[in-house]
Design a protein around this ligand. Sequence first.
Ligand SMILES: Nc1ncnc2c1ncn2[C@@H]1O[C@H](COP(=O)(O)OP(=O)(O)O)[C@@H](O)[C@H]1O
Ligand SMILES: [Mg+2]
Length: 212
Amino acid sequence: MTFFVLDRQNNMIDLNGLRPLIRSRNYEIYQHPMVECALLKVRVDVPVRKHKIPRYAERRYGNLRQWNREANEYLAALRRGCPEIERLANFMGYSATSKGPALVVEKMTGPNGDLAPTLESERVALGDDLSERKKLHGEFMELLGDLERGRIVVGDLSFDNIVRAQERDGKLVVIDGLGERTLFPLTLVSEAAFRKSIERRRTRMGREFGLG
Ligand SMILES: Nc1ncnc2c1ncn2[C@@H]1O[C@H](COP(=O)(O)OP(=O)(O)O)[C@@H](O)[C@H]1O
Ligand SMILES: [Mg+2]
C-alpha cells in the first residue's frame, strides 16, 4: 500500500523515510512510490554559481538547467517519431517531492529486477575472452549507430550513462546525458558536427574495450 506517500496538504510526493535505491554524483534516485515502472531523481549536489551575475537560465532554473536540455532532446526525438527512441529511457515528466523537484524517468531493470547493470560495470568485468570483448564492443557500436540514425544528441555519453535493460529485451539504453550542454550547441544544428561527434566516440570509446 502506498497511498500514504502523497502529502495531500502540500501536494507533493513524500519521500521522507524512504531509502534511495542509489546515490550518484548528482542524484538520490528513488523508486517512484506510486508508479512501479518509474524512478524519481532528486538533485543532491550543491548549486555552484558560475557567474557573478547569474545568467538568465541560471537565475530561472538554477542547477535544474540540464533538465530542460534533456527534455528538449527527448521531445525532438518524439516529434520525429524515430524508432531509435527505444534507446532512451522514457522521459516521464517532473514531480514535486519533499526532497525538492524530481525528474521522473522510466526505471530500467536487470534480470533480477534491480536497477539495470551499467555498461561500465560490464566493461570493467570483462575477462580475457576476446569474443566477449568483441560482443560488447559490437553492442556499443550498434547503440551509436542507432543514435546516429535517430539523430539523437547525447552530450554526455559515458559508459555509466548506458545500461542493459530488460525492458528493451536486454539492449543497451541511455539513461542520462541526453542533449547538448555547450553554450554553442553545434551538434544540434550541424549534421556534419553531429556525425563527427559520433565518429569520435566510435574511436575514443571503442578503444576502451581492449581490442588492441
Ligand atoms: N532510468 C534509470 N534506470 C536504471 N538505472 C538508472 C536510471 N537512471 C539512473 N540510473 C542509475 O543511477 C546512476 C546515476 O544516475 P545518473 O542519471 O547517471 O546520475 P549522475 O548525473 O549522477 O551521473 C546510473 O549510472 C545508473 O546506474
Ligand atoms: Mg550519469
